[in-house]
Design a protein around this ligand. Structure first.
Ligand SMILES: *[C@@H]1O[C@H](CO)[C@@H](O)[C@H](O)[C@H]1NC(C)=O
Ligand SMILES: *[C@@H]1O[C@H](CO)[C@@H](O)[C@H](O)[C@H]1NC(C)=O
Ligand SMILES: *[C@@H]1O[C@H](CO)[C@@H](O)[C@H](O)[C@H]1NC(C)=O
Length: 343
């Protein structure tokens, strides 16, 4: 769970470093290993009001947070600090930024400010993450992430967790988000919780859940061509003997279709009605997961007065040979009624 690399933060050195950086106007302390990433991620330092220093130029802002204890260790990064009380007492303007680590294909650093905020209820430790802006290019120029900051309690063997309830939006102009009021200094030092344990150690961590951009999609296209097929004549209807007849294929909306008739009925229509279906042609090849939405009208033509019998279908087709229609499209009584003109 801990770093595979150990960084020694020598506090005297840090303070010294701090003061020298201070002259240069930055409060960021970079110890060994991590090359300074330019002024981008540095916090402007103002000795009088460093606590109000805006991170990355953004307005300081208290985020919507929920706080609770949890057992699961941090998922993104963990840092164990030795000489913790030193850190808490000796260097009021200190900011500790970890080496970069990778989450969700981006490089991040975890930033702790032991004296991050002062309010009427007391001092707070602040915790932030910063994304390496060099990864924010092209398709990845925006990143949405869920953040949780954690500190380990030895006596409870759990982590005090501050959960940001909003998903944070990182981009070139906003590379840092976090919790100015992560945990109160008073609470952090409380003996019963033992956030500081075993010879002055403490452990902080962070969860970063990156929400990826979609990389799967589908396109729904609607073809409004509604040219029906030419009519299909079944000759010598009364002498038909087969269960069903299938018309020649016809093409609508780039797909081949056919009509299927059961002269003696199918399913509930058997023996009482003619069944009529439109089918996606057996020979029609569909792409994987391709489906076609069909709105059609099925008709039996009235050859005398043009009072055609028509019924609509509205259906998805995704299997060649599959049909939609009516088991009882027209009853034999109507069909055989000479006045109706169907035959
Ligand atoms: C410090 O805490 C106060 C009160 O919770 C908050 O309004 C303010 O934004 C915080 N300061 C920073 C730098 O976030
Ligand atoms: C993360 O850091 C490594 C090592 O510096 C670098 O090679 C890589 O390109 C970085 N990736 C992103 C997405 O910034
Ligand atoms: C004919 O009826 C059977 C049983 O109800 C059904 O499974 C089949 O799909 C029907 N034929 C067509 C073309 O729908």
């Amino acid at each position: 769970m801990f770093l595979n690399e150990k960084r020694n933060l020598n506090l005297n050195g840090a303070i010294f470093l701090f003061s020298s950086f201070f002259c240069a106007g930055f409060a960021t302390i970079q110890v060994s290993l991590v090359p300074t990433k330019g002024t981008n991620n540095a916090v402007p330092c103002n000795p009088q009001s460093s606590r109000l220093a805006a991170i990355n130029g953004a307005e300081p802002r208290l985020s919507a947070e929920q706080k609770f204890m949890r057992t699961r260790p941090p998922s993104a990064y963990c840092v164990r600090i030795e000489s913790c009380s030193e850190l808490m007492t000796r260097s009021p303007n200190l900011q500790y930024e970890t080496r970069p680590f990778s989450v969700g294909g981006f490089n991040w650093t975890f930033i702790l400010q032991p004296f991050g905020n002062t309010t009427s209820v007391g001092d707070w430790i602040s915790a932030y993450v910063a994304i390496d802006p060099s990864g924010l290019v092209g398709e990845n120029r925006e990143v949405y992430a869920d953040l949780r900051f954690l500190v380990y309690s030895k006596s409870k063997d759990q982590y005090w967790t501050s959960m940001d309830t909003e998903i944070r939006h990182f981009h070139q102009f906003r590379t840092t988000w976090g919790s100015p009021n992560f945990i109160q200094t008073k609470q952090f030092k409380a003996k019963d919780k033992e956030y500081i344990f075993d010879d002055d150690q403490c452990v902080f961590g962070v969860d970063i859940s990156v929400y990826p951009y979609f990389n799967q999609w589908e396109i729904l296209s609607i073809d409004k061509t509604v040219y029906g097929p030419n009519s299909w004549k079944l000759m010598k209807f009364s002498t038909l003997t087969r269960d069903f007849y299938i018309s020649d294929d016809f093409s609508v909306g780039g797909k081949n279709w056919a009509l299927k008739v059961y002269p003696n009925g199918n399913g509930t229509g058997e023996g009482n009605s003619l069944s009529l279906y439109v089918i996606l042609s057996e020979n029609q090849i569909l792409k994987t997961y391709e489906k076609v939405y069909v709105r059609a009208k099925l008709r039996v033509l009235d050859q005398k007065q043009s009072k055609h019998l028509q019924k609509p279908i509205l259906s998805w087709f995704d299997t060649p040979g599959e049909g939609f229609g009516f088991e009882q499209f027209v009853s034999f009584t109507d069909l055989q009624n000479p006045a109706k003109g169907f035959i």
